[in-house]
Design a binder for this molecule. Structure first.
Ligand SMILES: Cc1cc2nc3c(=O)[nH]c(=O)nc-3n(C[C@H](O)[C@H](O)[C@H](O)COP(=O)(O)O)c2cc1C
Ligand code: SF4
Ligand code: SF4
Ligand code: SF4
Length: 919
């Protein structure tokens, strides 16, 4: 039995973990720590306590502390020890501050995220009793000198393997040491900035300042909990070796940004009234390159600046100093550079889960990069496990504010390259010789340990596919992951297990679901709505409507879109039941119209490990429609990107304006299924069927499919055409739209309808007659026309535009080749309902039609002219005959005009449709 409690809910933490501790009294077993460690951090899902001898594996990143809502997990406090050292008069206490502390600390004192408080931070440390305050950014510059030199060597001499991975993040280094020890030669041997700052303080600084190194207590102030582990690595004892002082550590303590804030509060330091103070001179100057070390992509950008200099002897131009492709928050960012004629391919990953993708490519031999920056924390060190908890969980908005503050500082600095820093030149001149020199190699470089044995006999496992069952507390929404005992109560609101919704209990969820099997591993989890009167506030849906969502139960589970708010309960129940005890891994959003995306927030809340797969525009719309933090959940895709879910490979194909600008469709190349978003949809509830071939589609649904197409996407024919062109390159066995039936048979017939519709070619040769009549005289003329057309064998369909919904008539206009509009003149214009219809029809981009008008008026009929004018903007509209003009009522002598119109219609119809054109 494990000595760790509640391991099905929480991530286990060892008592002797040097970085973090859990205070049992404060833990409410919410599971957030486990979710982050198994998700974004990834570590938690790659080991099994049974194999490790009950020893948790931890890379000390502190992200569990960041998400812990109650503060039960904190960093292991070291500031009390530092306080003691300050009180010890025999000690010289030297603080070195990391780049990210100065853009985080202010938040603990109610300042906006990203407020740059360097001066106050230095002043605060002096007030606490610092003898010296140095800048770790100085050593960031030193790291770059060594790391860039190493990269140049790897590329030119090929002594060590490529890609070279950065080494500044001790959590990342420990991850590789534990899970992928064979990749250790890829990690730069250069120590992290703190790894270099420690020995430099106790050797160079001590010597220059005439301080007895044995008296120095060196304290790193960092955003990072993993540094607490790093300074205790065996090899971090260069000063001990150099001075022959056993037990001396290069850095004695690490305190986090949060610890510093706590200490300041305990000492009642009035942070806001502190007067800015400068760093001490020696080891207190850094370049902009050192500043941006704090954010994801910053180490890479800093390294490129110096690598370029080492290779060319020149600095990058001012314009090229900002390396935009590696900036931002995308999971992995990359760029192809050309440095002195040598192509250098670089990439930046933040979060171990993202770095693992690059690791996998290295192992499979498919990695195309030469140099890769990896930072364990999302956003880099600004998002470190010891940063202020301004929000729990931390949002990308906060991260971005901190990042922006660092970039802004860099851009304002006169010195932007590590190699230009005069302090760096001095430390080499006076102490280390030159980058890569023997003394630099001894003090500033390190080696890595194989920790794979820590994983035990099972080695690395992947628990990704064995996610715990999940239950949702009905009253408060709290999600509980893991088994629930009889006595279980909600840690948030205290209700009993009976109020938790989950399949296990056979209550509500699970017993009332209604799903349909589409393929062996694809399930329809949508719902029908037959109570909706008007769809999108304009289209009547007398037969209801279906909102389709599909759940792919592959090795990874994937949900395709959601449903309208009206049916969200049914939908959530369907998803829950289908997932059973599995978790949701991916949630693909193809289209942001609320009838498909209304339940986005609930899905992400209910499945906190699910990655949101969408494109940039969709993400933007999500932020517009909702107010939750989406960036940390998102997996952005570009046109042509793929997602491997195990057996299936999903391809994302952008379909802008196939109804909205953000739309994308998804092609499953394994089963050859096209998830077509709004394309190929249909009004009408499904009535128990799921496939179009289960019903008489042509008879019962085709008109609704046409009405759906013309009204929803009819205006965007060229875009639909573009999508059809893309689709024609794919082998498609099945189409899964967001409304209506799934197509698995006769796909070509339905696609050919789409070809007609999107090119605005009529589907049938015949006449659609729409009339608007107040007193019935115009109607009568229309009836006579229709009757005489039928006498000639010409098909007709009639509508009273004041009675039939516009969407039906527009749909008919897309179907028929000839259109007759008969309307009274009304207040010197077209009758209102007819006017509205024509406006709508023109807005739907109708083209390629033969149009006739009949006008009526008592004193000044001229609505016919206005009808023709409406079509001015439409392409290829033919008017073979002037309108028939009626004054109040049709007279006997005007019947010849009706006949003339019949003839004009006949003349433009083929023989097969009752016309005169020979075929
Ligand atoms: C409110 C209103 C406004 C009208 N405006 C006009 C007009 O501007 N010009 C005109 O010639 N007739 C106008 N009329 C008369 C009708 O167009 C005319 O009586 C026509 O013959 C009616 O045809 P119907 O029997 O098909 O309704 C108007 C009628 C109404 C009720
Ligand atoms: S309160 Fe939640 S996040 Fe914090 S330790 Fe407990 S289970 Fe983990
Ligand atoms: S510190 Fe990081 S690796 Fe360790 S338990 Fe917490 S989240 Fe997991
Ligand atoms: S990203 Fe920075 S803060 Fe996070 S673990 Fe790595 S070094 Fe520490």
């Amino acid at each position: 039995m494990s000595k760790h409690q509640f391991t099905d809910q929480r991530i286990p933490i060892d008592e002797d973990n040097p970085a973090i501790v859990r205070n049992e009294d404060q833990c409410i077993k919410c599971g957030a720590c486990r979710r982050v460690c198994e998700g974004e951090v990834a570590v938690g899902r790659f080991y099994d306590l049974k194999s490790t001898g009950d020893c948790p594996i931890c890379i000390n990143c502190g992200q569990c502390a960041n998400v812990c809502p109650t503060g039960a997990i904190t960093e292991r406090y070291e500031y009390p020890e530092v306080k003691k050292a300050i009180l010890n008069e025999g000690k010289v206490v030297i603080f070195s501050t990391s780049p990210s502390v100065r853009v985080g600390l202010g938040e603990s004192f109610s300042l906006e995220p990203g407020t740059f408080v360097e001066g106050k931070m230095v002043a605060a440390l002096r007030q606490l009793g610092a003898d010296f305050v140095l800048d770790t950014n100085f050593s960031a510059d030193l790291t770059i000198m060594e790391e860039a030199m190493e990269l140049v060597k790897r590329i030119t001499e090929k002594a060590d393997p490529l890609p070279q991975f950065t080494s500044c993040c001790p959590a990342w280094v420990k991850f590789v040491e534990t899970f992928y020890p064979d990749l250790r030669p890829h990690i730069s041997s250069a120590k992290s900035p703190i790894g270099m700052q420690g020995p430099t303080v106790k050797t160079y600084f001590a010597k220059q300042m005439g301080i007895d190194p044995s008296k120095i207590v060196h304290v790193a102030v960092t955003p990072c909990t993993a540094k607490k582990f790093e300074i205790r690595r065996e090899e971090m004892n260069v000063a001990s070796k150099e001075h022959g002082i056993p037990g001396m550590r290069d850095t004695d303590y690490v305190i986090t940004t949060r610890e510093l804030a706590k200490w300041l509060e305990e000492n009642s330091v009035d942070f806001h009234s502190l007067q800015d103070s400068d760093y001490d001179k020696l080891m207190g100057t850094a370049s902009g390159a050192g500043v941006i070390f704090g954010n994801t992509g910053g180490v890479m950008e800093a390294a490129v600046r110096t690598t370029y200099y080492l290779a060319t002897g020149q600095n990058l131009s001012d314009d090229s100093l900002n390396l935009q492709p590696v900036r931002g928050m995308e999971d992995i960012r990359s760029a192809n550079l050309n440095i002195a004629g040598v192509p250098v391919r670089i990439a930046v990953a933040h979060g171990i889960d993202n770095a693992k993708k690059i690791i996998d490519s290295v192992i499979s031999g498919k990695c195309e990069y030469d140099f890769v920056e990896v930072m364990s924390c999302r956003g880099g060190c600004i998002g470190g496990g010891g940063q202020p908890k301004t929000e729990v969980p931390m949002s990308d908005k906060v991260r971005k504010s901190r990042i922006e503050a660092l970039y802004s500082k860099d851009s304002r600095m006169p010195l932007r390259c590590s190699h230009d820093n005069p302090e760096i030149k001095a430390v080499y001149e006076n102490h280390y010789g030159k980058p890569g020199s023997p003394i630099a190699a001894q003090s500033l470089h390190t080696h890595y340990i194989d920790r794979n044995a820590d994983l035990g006999p099972e080695g690395m496992v992947d628990k990704s596919f064995v996610s715990p069952p999940k239950y949702r507390c009905a009253p408060c929404g709290h999600i509980h992951a893991g088994a629930i005992s009889e006595k279980f109560t909600c840690p948030v609101c205290g209700v009993s297990k009976d109020d938790f919704i989950g399949r296990k209990f056979g209550n509500k969820r699970g017993t009332m679901s209604c799903t349909k099997k589409v393929t062996d591993d694809l399930i329809w989890v949508g719902a029908n709505d037959r109570r909706l009167g008007i769809f999108e506030s304009v289209y009547s849906v007398p037969n209801g409507v279906s909102y389709n969502s599909y759940l792919l139960m592959d090795e990874k589970t994937v949900l395709m879109d959601t449903v309208d708010r009206a049916v969200q309960d049914k939908f959530l129940e369907n998803v829950d039941t289908t997932l059973g005890e599995r978790d949701l891994d991916y949630f693909v959003v193809q289209h942001m119209e609320p009838d498909h995306s209304a339940v986005t927030k609930q899905v992400l809340q209910q499945y906190p490990n699910a990655k949101l797969v969408c494109n940039e525009t969709i993400l933007q719309y999500i932020k517009q429609f909702f107010d939750f933090e989406a960036d940390s959940r998102v997996h952005l895709v570009k046109e042509g990107d793929t997602l491997n879910t195990g057996k299936h490979l999903l391809h994302f194909v952008f379909a802008p304006m196939v109804h909205w600008p953000e739309v994308m469709v998804t092609y499953d190349s394994t089963d050859k299924i096209l998830f077509s978003a709004d394309g190929f949809g249909c009004f009408g509830a499904l009535n128990g069927a799921i496939f179009a071939d289960e019903v008489d589609f042509a008879k019962d649904y085709m008109d609704e499919a046409r009405r759906y197409y013309t009204n929803i996407v009819g205006k965007y024919g060229p875009y639909v055409e573009e999508l059809l062109a893309k689709a024609s390159t794919l082998e498609i066995n099945m189409i899964c739209p967001l409304h209506g039936f799934v197509w698995r048979k006769d796909l070509c017939d339905f696609i050919s309808k789409y070809v007609h519709w999107c090119t605005y070619e009529p589907e049938e040769q015949g006449v659609m007659i729409a009339y608007a009549s107040v007193y019935g005289n115009t109607e009568q003329a229309a009836e006579i026309l229709a009757s005489r057309l039928r006498d000639k064998g010409i098909k007709t369909q009639m509508f009273d535009v004041s009675f039939t919904a516009g969407s039906d008539i527009i749909s008919a206009c897309f179907k028929w080749s000839h259109l007759v509009f008969a309307t009274t003149t009304y207040n010197s214009g077209i009758f209102v309902t007819m006017d509205a219809l024509l406006n709508d029809l023109v807005a739907h981009n109708i083209q390629n039609r033969t149009v006739f008008a009949i006008e009526n008026g008592t004193w000044s009929p001229f609505s016919g002219e206005l009808v023709y004018k409406k079509f001015d903007q439409c392409k290829n509209i033919r008017f073979p005959k002037n309108m028939i003009s009626i004054k109040s009522s049709l007279k006997l002598e005007q019947l010849s005009e009706i006949d003339a119109m019949v003839e004009a219609i006949r003349d433009t119809l083929p023989e097969s449709a009752g016309g005169a054109i020979k075929e």
